[in-house]
Design a protein around this ligand. Structure first.
Ligand code: FAD
Length: 433
Protein backbone atom coordinates (compact mmCIF):
# COMPACT_ATOMS: atom_id res chain seq x y z
CA UNK A 1 0.00 0.00 0.00
CA UNK A 2 1.62 3.25 -1.02
CA UNK A 3 -1.20 5.74 -0.61
CA UNK A 4 -0.95 8.95 1.34
CA UNK A 5 -3.66 9.95 3.83
CA UNK A 6 -4.52 13.10 5.72
CA UNK A 7 -4.66 11.02 8.89
CA UNK A 8 -3.97 7.48 10.04
CA UNK A 9 -5.82 6.26 13.14
CA UNK A 10 -4.30 3.27 14.94
CA UNK A 11 -6.94 1.21 16.76
CA UNK A 12 -10.69 0.78 16.38
CA UNK A 13 -11.87 1.07 19.99
CA UNK A 14 -14.08 3.98 21.13
CA UNK A 15 -11.20 6.50 20.94
CA UNK A 16 -10.06 5.46 17.47
CA UNK A 17 -13.60 5.20 16.12
CA UNK A 18 -14.54 8.62 17.50
CA UNK A 19 -11.43 10.14 15.91
CA UNK A 20 -11.78 8.34 12.56
CA UNK A 21 -15.50 9.13 12.30
CA UNK A 22 -15.03 12.83 13.09
CA UNK A 23 -12.06 13.15 10.72
CA UNK A 24 -13.90 11.43 7.86
CA UNK A 25 -17.05 13.49 8.45
CA UNK A 26 -14.81 16.56 8.36
CA UNK A 27 -13.80 15.63 4.82
CA UNK A 28 -10.29 14.31 5.50
CA UNK A 29 -8.91 11.15 3.91
CA UNK A 30 -8.58 8.67 6.76
CA UNK A 31 -7.04 5.23 7.13
CA UNK A 32 -7.89 3.32 10.30
CA UNK A 33 -5.85 0.25 11.16
CA UNK A 34 -7.03 -2.40 13.64
CA UNK A 35 -5.11 -5.53 14.60
CA UNK A 36 -8.23 -7.51 15.57
CA UNK A 37 -10.14 -9.74 13.16
CA UNK A 38 -12.99 -7.24 13.38
CA UNK A 39 -13.26 -3.96 15.31
CA UNK A 40 -14.08 -4.88 18.88
CA UNK A 41 -12.93 -8.48 18.66
CA UNK A 42 -10.00 -7.71 20.98
CA UNK A 43 -11.80 -5.27 23.23
CA UNK A 44 -12.99 -5.72 26.79
CA UNK A 45 -15.27 -3.49 28.82
CA UNK A 46 -17.90 -3.87 31.60
CA UNK A 47 -19.69 -2.26 29.91
CA UNK A 48 -21.56 0.95 30.55
CA UNK A 49 -21.94 3.35 27.66
CA UNK A 50 -22.28 7.00 28.68
CA UNK A 51 -24.54 8.49 26.01
CA UNK A 52 -23.39 12.08 26.17
CA UNK A 53 -19.94 11.46 24.68
CA UNK A 54 -21.38 9.46 21.78
CA UNK A 55 -24.30 11.83 21.26
CA UNK A 56 -21.84 14.64 20.55
CA UNK A 57 -20.42 12.52 17.71
CA UNK A 58 -23.47 10.64 16.39
CA UNK A 59 -26.56 12.44 17.75
CA UNK A 60 -29.05 9.82 16.48
CA UNK A 61 -27.02 6.78 17.62
CA UNK A 62 -30.03 5.31 19.42
CA UNK A 63 -31.69 4.54 16.09
CA UNK A 64 -29.47 1.56 15.32
CA UNK A 65 -26.71 1.17 17.94
CA UNK A 66 -26.71 -2.24 19.70
CA UNK A 67 -27.74 -1.14 23.18
CA UNK A 68 -28.61 -3.57 25.95
CA UNK A 69 -30.51 -1.99 28.87
CA UNK A 70 -30.87 1.68 29.91
CA UNK A 71 -29.83 1.91 33.56
CA UNK A 72 -32.62 2.59 36.02
CA UNK A 73 -30.91 1.68 39.26
CA UNK A 74 -27.41 2.09 40.69
CA UNK A 75 -26.28 0.14 43.74
CA UNK A 76 -23.05 0.48 45.69
CA UNK A 77 -22.08 -2.41 47.94
CA UNK A 78 -19.30 -2.58 50.51
CA UNK A 79 -18.74 -6.26 51.25
CA UNK A 80 -17.02 -8.22 53.95
CA UNK A 81 -16.79 -12.02 53.87
CA UNK A 82 -20.40 -12.77 54.75
CA UNK A 83 -22.39 -9.58 54.25
CA UNK A 84 -22.66 -6.28 52.49
CA UNK A 85 -23.76 -2.83 53.42
CA UNK A 86 -25.06 -0.82 50.52
CA UNK A 87 -26.83 2.11 49.02
CA UNK A 88 -29.25 2.18 46.12
CA UNK A 89 -30.38 4.97 43.88
CA UNK A 90 -33.35 4.26 41.65
CA UNK A 91 -35.44 6.90 39.95
CA UNK A 92 -38.29 7.12 37.47
CA UNK A 93 -36.61 10.37 36.38
CA UNK A 94 -34.13 8.18 34.46
CA UNK A 95 -37.03 7.29 32.14
CA UNK A 96 -37.75 10.89 31.22
CA UNK A 97 -35.99 11.80 28.01
CA UNK A 98 -33.37 9.73 26.22
CA UNK A 99 -31.40 7.51 28.61
CA UNK A 100 -28.01 8.77 29.73
CA UNK A 101 -26.40 5.35 30.41
CA UNK A 102 -26.81 1.92 28.85
CA UNK A 103 -25.20 -1.43 29.27
CA UNK A 104 -23.61 -2.62 26.03
CA UNK A 105 -21.68 -5.61 24.69
CA UNK A 106 -18.44 -4.08 23.46
CA UNK A 107 -17.76 -6.45 20.55
CA UNK A 108 -21.17 -5.63 19.05
CA UNK A 109 -20.93 -1.93 19.85
CA UNK A 110 -17.45 -1.55 18.33
CA UNK A 111 -18.57 -3.32 15.15
CA UNK A 112 -21.54 -0.95 14.88
CA UNK A 113 -19.35 2.12 15.52
CA UNK A 114 -16.91 0.93 12.89
CA UNK A 115 -19.71 0.59 10.32
CA UNK A 116 -20.48 4.28 10.95
CA UNK A 117 -16.80 5.14 10.48
CA UNK A 118 -16.83 3.35 7.13
CA UNK A 119 -20.11 5.01 6.08
CA UNK A 120 -18.48 8.36 6.89
CA UNK A 121 -15.81 7.56 4.32
CA UNK A 122 -12.79 6.24 6.23
CA UNK A 123 -10.89 3.24 4.96
CA UNK A 124 -10.78 0.63 7.73
CA UNK A 125 -8.41 -2.32 7.55
CA UNK A 126 -8.46 -5.08 10.15
CA UNK A 127 -6.11 -7.97 10.97
CA UNK A 128 -3.23 -5.54 10.52
CA UNK A 129 -0.88 -4.51 13.29
CA UNK A 130 1.00 -1.24 13.28
CA UNK A 131 4.49 -2.22 14.36
CA UNK A 132 6.26 1.11 14.33
CA UNK A 133 5.86 4.82 13.68
CA UNK A 134 7.74 6.20 10.67
CA UNK A 135 9.73 9.38 11.26
CA UNK A 136 11.53 11.83 9.04
CA UNK A 137 15.14 12.84 9.72
CA UNK A 138 13.93 15.62 12.03
CA UNK A 139 12.00 13.08 14.13
CA UNK A 140 8.52 14.07 12.97
CA UNK A 141 6.05 11.19 12.68
CA UNK A 142 5.15 10.82 9.00
CA UNK A 143 3.31 7.51 8.91
CA UNK A 144 3.23 3.94 10.17
CA UNK A 145 4.82 0.57 9.41
CA UNK A 146 2.42 -2.39 9.50
CA UNK A 147 2.94 -6.12 9.54
CA UNK A 148 1.74 -6.41 5.91
CA UNK A 149 4.17 -6.75 3.05
CA UNK A 150 4.81 -3.28 1.65
CA UNK A 151 3.15 -2.11 4.81
CA UNK A 152 4.53 1.45 5.12
CA UNK A 153 1.82 4.10 4.87
CA UNK A 154 2.30 7.85 5.12
CA UNK A 155 0.05 10.58 6.45
CA UNK A 156 0.12 14.16 7.75
CA UNK A 157 -0.75 13.00 11.24
CA UNK A 158 -1.07 9.73 13.18
CA UNK A 159 -3.70 9.35 15.90
CA UNK A 160 -2.50 6.83 18.49
CA UNK A 161 -5.66 5.12 19.75
CA UNK A 162 -4.09 1.73 20.36
CA UNK A 163 -5.28 1.33 23.93
CA UNK A 164 -3.67 0.87 27.32
CA UNK A 165 0.11 0.68 27.36
CA UNK A 166 0.40 2.03 23.76
CA UNK A 167 3.40 -0.04 22.74
CA UNK A 168 3.86 2.19 19.71
CA UNK A 169 4.28 5.28 21.86
CA UNK A 170 6.56 3.37 24.17
CA UNK A 171 8.76 2.19 21.31
CA UNK A 172 8.85 5.72 19.93
CA UNK A 173 9.98 7.00 23.35
CA UNK A 174 6.86 9.14 23.91
CA UNK A 175 6.36 7.58 27.32
CA UNK A 176 7.99 4.99 29.55
CA UNK A 177 6.80 1.55 30.57
CA UNK A 178 3.48 1.49 32.44
CA UNK A 179 4.12 1.04 36.17
CA UNK A 180 2.27 -1.73 38.09
CA UNK A 181 0.88 0.89 40.50
CA UNK A 182 -0.67 2.79 37.57
CA UNK A 183 -2.52 -0.04 35.91
CA UNK A 184 -5.30 -2.40 36.96
CA UNK A 185 -5.92 -5.89 35.66
CA UNK A 186 -9.62 -6.63 35.32
CA UNK A 187 -11.26 -9.97 34.65
CA UNK A 188 -14.87 -10.38 33.69
CA UNK A 189 -17.34 -12.99 32.68
CA UNK A 190 -20.56 -12.75 30.71
CA UNK A 191 -23.18 -15.13 32.10
CA UNK A 192 -26.20 -16.05 30.06
CA UNK A 193 -29.57 -15.75 31.82
CA UNK A 194 -33.06 -15.34 30.38
CA UNK A 195 -34.44 -11.78 30.27
CA UNK A 196 -37.42 -12.83 32.41
CA UNK A 197 -35.16 -14.16 35.18
CA UNK A 198 -32.99 -11.02 35.05
CA UNK A 199 -36.06 -8.79 35.33
CA UNK A 200 -37.56 -10.76 38.25
CA UNK A 201 -34.27 -11.13 40.08
CA UNK A 202 -33.20 -7.50 39.76
CA UNK A 203 -36.69 -6.05 40.09
CA UNK A 204 -36.71 -4.20 36.76
CA UNK A 205 -38.91 -4.05 33.67
CA UNK A 206 -38.28 -5.22 30.13
CA UNK A 207 -36.18 -2.25 29.08
CA UNK A 208 -34.51 -1.42 32.38
CA UNK A 209 -31.17 -2.32 33.89
CA UNK A 210 -29.22 -2.32 37.14
CA UNK A 211 -25.60 -1.58 37.94
CA UNK A 212 -23.97 -2.89 41.11
CA UNK A 213 -20.55 -1.46 41.92
CA UNK A 214 -18.69 -3.24 44.72
CA UNK A 215 -15.71 -2.78 46.97
CA UNK A 216 -14.38 -4.33 50.15
CA UNK A 217 -13.20 -7.82 50.97
CA UNK A 218 -14.10 -9.19 47.53
CA UNK A 219 -10.67 -7.93 46.44
CA UNK A 220 -9.07 -9.86 49.32
CA UNK A 221 -7.00 -6.96 50.63
CA UNK A 222 -5.96 -5.73 47.21
CA UNK A 223 -6.75 -2.27 45.82
CA UNK A 224 -9.64 -2.71 43.43
CA UNK A 225 -13.38 -2.97 42.84
CA UNK A 226 -15.96 -5.34 41.42
CA UNK A 227 -19.06 -4.89 39.31
CA UNK A 228 -22.21 -6.63 38.16
CA UNK A 229 -24.28 -5.29 35.25
CA UNK A 230 -27.51 -6.49 33.67
CA UNK A 231 -27.56 -6.88 29.90
CA UNK A 232 -30.61 -7.87 27.86
CA UNK A 233 -30.10 -11.62 28.22
CA UNK A 234 -26.90 -11.88 30.20
CA UNK A 235 -25.09 -10.52 33.24
CA UNK A 236 -21.57 -9.16 33.22
CA UNK A 237 -19.59 -9.72 36.39
CA UNK A 238 -16.02 -8.62 36.92
CA UNK A 239 -13.34 -7.55 39.32
CA UNK A 240 -10.19 -5.53 38.83
CA UNK A 241 -7.20 -4.78 41.04
CA UNK A 242 -4.00 -2.84 40.63
CA UNK A 243 -1.25 -4.93 39.06
CA UNK A 244 1.01 -3.95 41.98
CA UNK A 245 -1.58 -5.52 44.32
CA UNK A 246 -1.73 -8.75 42.27
CA UNK A 247 2.06 -8.91 42.45
CA UNK A 248 2.01 -8.60 46.24
CA UNK A 249 -1.21 -10.52 46.89
CA UNK A 250 -0.39 -13.65 44.94
CA UNK A 251 -4.05 -14.43 44.17
CA UNK A 252 -4.60 -15.24 40.51
CA UNK A 253 -7.23 -12.96 38.91
CA UNK A 254 -9.49 -15.85 37.80
CA UNK A 255 -9.51 -17.14 41.42
CA UNK A 256 -10.51 -13.69 42.67
CA UNK A 257 -13.45 -13.66 40.27
CA UNK A 258 -14.48 -17.22 41.23
CA UNK A 259 -14.37 -16.30 44.95
CA UNK A 260 -16.40 -13.16 44.25
CA UNK A 261 -19.03 -15.16 42.35
CA UNK A 262 -19.34 -17.40 45.42
CA UNK A 263 -19.91 -14.56 47.87
CA UNK A 264 -23.22 -15.29 49.66
CA UNK A 265 -24.68 -11.94 48.50
CA UNK A 266 -23.70 -12.46 44.87
CA UNK A 267 -24.17 -16.20 44.28
CA UNK A 268 -28.01 -16.10 44.32
CA UNK A 269 -28.02 -13.38 41.63
CA UNK A 270 -26.03 -15.65 39.31
CA UNK A 271 -27.93 -18.88 40.00
CA UNK A 272 -28.50 -21.10 36.93
CA UNK A 273 -26.63 -18.74 34.63
CA UNK A 274 -24.41 -20.12 31.91
CA UNK A 275 -20.90 -18.83 31.27
CA UNK A 276 -20.71 -17.24 27.83
CA UNK A 277 -17.30 -15.62 27.73
CA UNK A 278 -14.31 -14.81 29.92
CA UNK A 279 -11.90 -11.97 29.30
CA UNK A 280 -9.07 -10.10 30.99
CA UNK A 281 -7.74 -6.66 30.19
CA UNK A 282 -5.59 -3.89 31.62
CA UNK A 283 -7.05 -0.50 32.62
CA UNK A 284 -4.81 2.56 33.00
CA UNK A 285 -5.79 3.80 36.45
CA UNK A 286 -2.81 5.97 37.36
CA UNK A 287 -4.95 9.07 36.85
CA UNK A 288 -3.88 12.65 36.22
CA UNK A 289 -0.29 12.23 37.43
CA UNK A 290 0.39 9.40 34.99
CA UNK A 291 -0.97 11.08 31.83
CA UNK A 292 1.94 11.25 29.37
CA UNK A 293 2.77 13.82 26.69
CA UNK A 294 -0.32 13.79 24.43
CA UNK A 295 0.96 15.28 21.18
CA UNK A 296 4.12 15.91 19.23
CA UNK A 297 5.29 16.54 15.69
CA UNK A 298 2.92 14.53 13.50
CA UNK A 299 1.11 12.63 16.27
CA UNK A 300 -1.57 12.83 18.97
CA UNK A 301 -2.53 10.27 21.60
CA UNK A 302 -6.12 9.56 22.73
CA UNK A 303 -8.14 7.26 25.01
CA UNK A 304 -6.56 4.52 27.09
CA UNK A 305 -3.28 4.97 25.23
CA UNK A 306 -3.12 8.36 26.92
CA UNK A 307 -4.20 6.98 30.32
CA UNK A 308 -7.54 8.83 30.20
CA UNK A 309 -9.61 6.78 32.65
CA UNK A 310 -11.60 8.05 35.62
CA UNK A 311 -11.32 5.00 37.87
CA UNK A 312 -13.35 6.56 40.69
CA UNK A 313 -16.48 6.68 38.51
CA UNK A 314 -15.50 3.76 36.27
CA UNK A 315 -15.57 5.97 33.19
CA UNK A 316 -13.22 5.21 30.32
CA UNK A 317 -15.00 4.84 27.02
CA UNK A 318 -16.54 8.32 27.29
CA UNK A 319 -13.14 9.88 27.97
CA UNK A 320 -11.80 7.85 25.04
CA UNK A 321 -14.53 9.07 22.67
CA UNK A 322 -14.25 12.67 23.85
CA UNK A 323 -10.46 12.76 23.45
CA UNK A 324 -10.77 11.12 20.00
CA UNK A 325 -13.32 13.71 18.94
CA UNK A 326 -11.32 16.66 20.30
CA UNK A 327 -8.13 15.45 18.62
CA UNK A 328 -9.98 15.04 15.31
CA UNK A 329 -11.65 18.46 15.55
CA UNK A 330 -8.25 20.04 16.18
CA UNK A 331 -6.73 18.27 13.18
CA UNK A 332 -9.63 19.30 10.92
CA UNK A 333 -9.24 22.92 11.96
CA UNK A 334 -5.46 22.92 11.48
CA UNK A 335 -5.89 21.34 8.09
CA UNK A 336 -8.46 23.95 7.03
CA UNK A 337 -5.99 26.67 8.00
CA UNK A 338 -3.16 24.86 6.18
CA UNK A 339 -1.12 24.58 9.40
CA UNK A 340 1.52 21.86 9.53
CA UNK A 341 0.75 19.02 11.96
CA UNK A 342 3.51 20.09 14.31
CA UNK A 343 3.59 20.07 18.10
CA UNK A 344 3.28 23.87 18.23
CA UNK A 345 -0.14 23.59 16.51
CA UNK A 346 -1.26 20.23 17.89
CA UNK A 347 -0.90 21.65 21.39
CA UNK A 348 -4.39 23.00 20.67
CA UNK A 349 -5.68 19.43 21.21
CA UNK A 350 -4.26 19.44 24.75
CA UNK A 351 -5.73 22.88 25.37
CA UNK A 352 -9.19 21.60 24.37
CA UNK A 353 -8.79 18.46 26.46
CA UNK A 354 -7.75 20.57 29.47
CA UNK A 355 -10.89 22.64 28.99
CA UNK A 356 -13.14 19.56 28.96
CA UNK A 357 -14.53 17.33 31.72
CA UNK A 358 -11.84 14.77 30.82
CA UNK A 359 -8.88 16.56 32.39
CA UNK A 360 -11.04 18.42 34.94
CA UNK A 361 -12.21 15.09 36.41
CA UNK A 362 -8.78 13.47 36.30
CA UNK A 363 -7.36 16.54 38.05
CA UNK A 364 -10.08 16.48 40.69
CA UNK A 365 -9.15 12.90 41.63
CA UNK A 366 -5.39 13.25 41.13
CA UNK A 367 -4.56 12.18 44.71
CA UNK A 368 -6.92 9.18 44.86
CA UNK A 369 -4.42 6.56 43.57
CA UNK A 370 -1.74 7.53 46.14
CA UNK A 371 -4.32 7.76 48.94
CA UNK A 372 -5.63 4.26 48.21
CA UNK A 373 -2.15 2.76 47.89
CA UNK A 374 -1.30 4.14 51.34
CA UNK A 375 -4.53 2.82 52.91
CA UNK A 376 -5.21 -0.85 52.14
CA UNK A 377 -7.38 -0.94 55.31
CA UNK A 378 -10.10 0.80 53.29
CA UNK A 379 -10.61 -2.51 51.48
CA UNK A 380 -10.51 -4.77 54.56
CA UNK A 381 -10.83 -3.25 58.03
CA UNK A 382 -13.54 -0.70 57.26
CA UNK A 383 -15.91 -3.07 55.42
CA UNK A 384 -15.65 -5.42 58.42
CA UNK A 385 -16.22 -2.62 60.92
CA UNK A 386 -19.18 -1.25 58.96
CA UNK A 387 -20.75 -4.68 58.74
CA UNK A 388 -20.26 -5.33 62.47
CA UNK A 389 -21.72 -1.92 63.32
CA UNK A 390 -24.83 -2.69 61.27
CA UNK A 391 -25.10 -6.13 62.88
CA UNK A 392 -24.81 -4.67 66.40
CA UNK A 393 -27.57 -2.15 65.75
CA UNK A 394 -29.90 -4.59 64.00
CA UNK A 395 -29.47 -7.49 66.42
CA UNK A 396 -32.12 -7.04 69.08
CA UNK A 397 -30.88 -8.79 72.20
CA UNK A 398 -31.87 -6.73 75.24
CA UNK A 399 -28.76 -4.53 75.08
CA UNK A 400 -29.67 -0.85 75.02
CA UNK A 401 -28.74 1.17 71.94
CA UNK A 402 -26.36 3.52 73.78
CA UNK A 403 -24.28 0.51 74.90
CA UNK A 404 -24.31 -0.81 71.33
CA UNK A 405 -23.02 2.54 70.07
CA UNK A 406 -20.24 2.42 72.66
CA UNK A 407 -19.35 -1.10 71.53
CA UNK A 408 -19.17 0.03 67.89
CA UNK A 409 -17.00 3.00 68.84
CA UNK A 410 -14.71 0.72 70.88
CA UNK A 411 -14.26 -1.63 67.92
CA UNK A 412 -13.38 1.23 65.57
CA UNK A 413 -10.88 2.52 68.15
CA UNK A 414 -9.29 -0.90 68.64
CA UNK A 415 -8.98 -1.61 64.92
CA UNK A 416 -7.78 1.75 63.63
CA UNK A 417 -7.27 4.00 66.67
CA UNK A 418 -8.92 7.39 66.87
CA UNK A 419 -6.12 9.19 65.08
CA UNK A 420 -5.88 6.51 62.38
CA UNK A 421 -9.61 6.65 61.63
CA UNK A 422 -9.62 10.46 61.64
CA UNK A 423 -6.60 10.55 59.34
CA UNK A 424 -8.17 8.01 56.92
CA UNK A 425 -11.40 10.01 56.81
CA UNK A 426 -9.56 13.30 56.30
CA UNK A 427 -7.25 11.95 53.57
CA UNK A 428 -10.13 10.33 51.70
CA UNK A 429 -12.18 13.51 51.95
CA UNK A 430 -9.27 15.53 50.57
CA UNK A 431 -8.70 13.07 47.72
CA UNK A 432 -12.38 13.02 46.70
CA UNK A 433 -13.49 16.60 47.34
P1 FAD B 1 -9.39 0.14 23.35
O1 FAD B 1 -10.83 -0.03 23.53
O2 FAD B 1 -8.48 -0.75 24.12
O3 FAD B 1 -9.06 0.02 21.80
C1 FAD B 1 -7.74 -0.01 21.32
C2 FAD B 1 -7.78 -0.71 19.96
O4 FAD B 1 -6.49 -0.63 19.37
C3 FAD B 1 -8.09 -2.20 20.08
O5 FAD B 1 -9.13 -2.50 19.18
C4 FAD B 1 -6.79 -2.90 19.72
O6 FAD B 1 -6.99 -4.15 19.10
C5 FAD B 1 -6.17 -1.89 18.76
N1 FAD B 1 -4.71 -1.95 18.68
C6 FAD B 1 -3.82 -1.99 19.71
N2 FAD B 1 -2.56 -1.99 19.26
C7 FAD B 1 -2.64 -1.95 17.89
C8 FAD B 1 -1.68 -1.93 16.87
N3 FAD B 1 -0.37 -1.90 17.15
N4 FAD B 1 -2.10 -1.92 15.59
C9 FAD B 1 -3.44 -1.91 15.29
N5 FAD B 1 -4.40 -1.93 16.25
C10 FAD B 1 -4.01 -1.94 17.53
N6 FAD B 1 -15.30 2.19 30.47
C11 FAD B 1 -16.55 2.71 30.53
O7 FAD B 1 -16.78 3.82 30.03
N7 FAD B 1 -17.56 2.03 31.13
C12 FAD B 1 -17.38 0.80 31.68
O8 FAD B 1 -18.32 0.18 32.18
C13 FAD B 1 -16.08 0.24 31.64
N8 FAD B 1 -15.86 -0.98 32.17
C14 FAD B 1 -14.66 -1.59 31.95
C15 FAD B 1 -14.50 -2.90 32.39
C16 FAD B 1 -13.34 -3.58 32.12
C17 FAD B 1 -13.19 -5.01 32.57
C18 FAD B 1 -12.29 -2.91 31.41
C19 FAD B 1 -11.01 -3.63 31.09
C20 FAD B 1 -12.43 -1.59 31.03
C21 FAD B 1 -13.61 -0.91 31.28
N9 FAD B 1 -13.82 0.41 30.86
C22 FAD B 1 -15.05 0.98 31.00
C23 FAD B 1 -12.74 1.18 30.21
C24 FAD B 1 -12.92 1.19 28.70
O9 FAD B 1 -13.04 -0.13 28.24
C25 FAD B 1 -11.72 1.86 28.03
O10 FAD B 1 -11.46 3.10 28.65
C26 FAD B 1 -11.96 2.06 26.56
O11 FAD B 1 -12.13 0.83 25.90
C27 FAD B 1 -10.77 2.80 25.93
O12 FAD B 1 -10.97 2.90 24.54
P2 FAD B 1 -9.72 3.00 23.56
O13 FAD B 1 -10.30 3.11 22.19
O14 FAD B 1 -8.80 4.04 24.03
O15 FAD B 1 -8.93 1.63 23.72
Amino acid sequence: MSEYFDAIVVGAGPAGNAAAYTLAKGGLSVLQIERGETPGSKNVQGAILYSDALERIIPDFREDAPLERPILEQRLWVLDDASYIGSTYRSEEFKKGPPNRYTIIRAEFDRWFSSKVQEAGALVICETTVTQLLRDPAGKVVGVRTDRTDGDIHADVVVLADGVNSLLAQRAGFHGELQPKDVALAVKEVLFLSPQVIEDRFNVGEDEGVVIEMMGKITQGMIGTGFLYTNRESLTIGVGCMVSSFKEGGIPPYQLLEDMKNHPAIRPLLRDSEAKEYAAHLIPEGGYKSVPQLYGDGWVMVGDAAGLVNAVHREGSNLAMTSGRLAAETIIELKSESCPMDARYLTEYKRRLDGSFVMADLKKYKDVPDTLHARPQLFTTYPELMSRAAMHMLHVDGTDKKSKQRQIFREFREQRGLLGAASDAYKMWRALR
